[in-house]
Write a protein that binds this ligand. Structure first.
Ligand SMILES: Cc1cc2nc3c(=O)[nH]c(=O)nc-3n(C[C@H](O)[C@H](O)[C@H](O)COP(=O)(O)O)c2cc1C
Length: 274
């Protein structure tokens, strides 16, 4: 089976597809032909679709299952550096949420953007578990606190152990120091053995958080929860992920309860130029 079909009527043999193929499986045209991908190379195709979308003549169609969106004009609208810079530096961790659920359709729109995040060899290993039911978020918070109680009671050292008694007592006094009263959670998970599963999940979650901002949805990385979700069996059981999957990281999200009025200071860029 071939992975691409090249229309000889349109192909000008510019070999852009040959240059761009990340797996180097598109070979230059031979006498009188067009660039081609040998059948034995099919297995190495990462299905990134670059040959199709970068072909200046629109001569290439990928033969694997994919949905290709063709720009409707020559210059797809793009943000200026100043606009994108402002949008990105305005992102803040949101830790206070309105008691108002986010529509599932909005979450689907955010996830639909996050699925375009880059992944190692375009493997796209990230799966999502979205906790939409606020009662389930409470249960997950309570299980995370149970995990902390066990760690505190145990002799085993844990880097977060010194923090745990305070977090437990905040929880016992009626606040939620784990999910901050958010109504929803996003877990990115992938197969435990996937070599880029963790990195790809972190990138996807970063995209999720940035995309969410455009829908006036705030998010915050849920670090305590993520650690509990990989180490505490009752919580792992509660999440009921597909077999072989592990939580790679988690985020809380919802409608922000407060307006942000500025951009806080950060360290200056530290860079070595060579
Ligand atoms: C890996 C990671 C884990 C985090 N875990 C938590 C957490 O458990 N609870 C929390 O309130 N914030 C958490 N945060 C948010 C950070 O505290 C926050 O990003 C940092 O203070 C900078 O603030 P900003 O995101 O508004 O720029 C986490 C952030 C990252 C990147």
């Amino acid at each position: 089976m071939q992975v691409i079909s090249v229309n000889p009527e349109l192909c000008t043999n510019c070999d852009v597809c040959v240059e761009l193929c990340p797996m180097s499986i598109i070979l230059p045209s031979e006498e009188g032909g067009t660039p081609y991908s040998p059948e034995e190379a099919t297995v190495y195709c990462s299905k990134c679709g670059h040959c199709e979308v970068f072909c200046p003549e629109g001569a290439i169609s990928t033969l694997f299952d994919s949905t290709y969106y063709q720009f409707q004009d020559d210059s797809p609208s793009s943000l200026t550096p100043s606009e994108i810079g402002k949008y990105m530096v305005m992102r803040r961790s949101v830790r206070n949420y309105k008691d108002e659920k986010v529509e599932k359709s909005t979450i689907e729109e955010i996830l639909d953007i996050a699925r375009y995040a880059p992944s190692g060899m375009n493997n796209q290993p990230v799966h999502w578990t979205i906790v939409h039911n606020p009662e389930e978020v409470k249960k997950i918070t309570s299980l995370t606190i149970d995990w902390m109680r066990e760690v505190v009671a145990d002799d085993i050292e844990h880097p977060l152990k010194p923090l745990m008694p305070t977090l437990i007592s905040v929880y016992e006094n009626g606040s939620d120091p784990i999910c901050r009263g958010a109504l929803h959670l996003a877990f990115a998970h992938a197969e435990a053995e996937n070599p880029t599963g963790y990195t790809d999940s972190i990138i996807a979650l970063s995209w999720f958080e940035l995309a969410a901002q455009a829908f006036d949805i705030g998010a915050c990385w849920a670090g305590f929860l993520a650690i509990a979700a990989t180490s505490y069996q009752p919580l792992i059981d509660e999440l009921d992920l597909p077999q072989e999957h592990v939580v790679q990281y988690s985020m809380m999200f919802g409608h922000p309860d407060h307006k942000v009025n500025g951009i806080p200071g950060r360290e200056p860029v530290r860079v070595n130029w060579k």
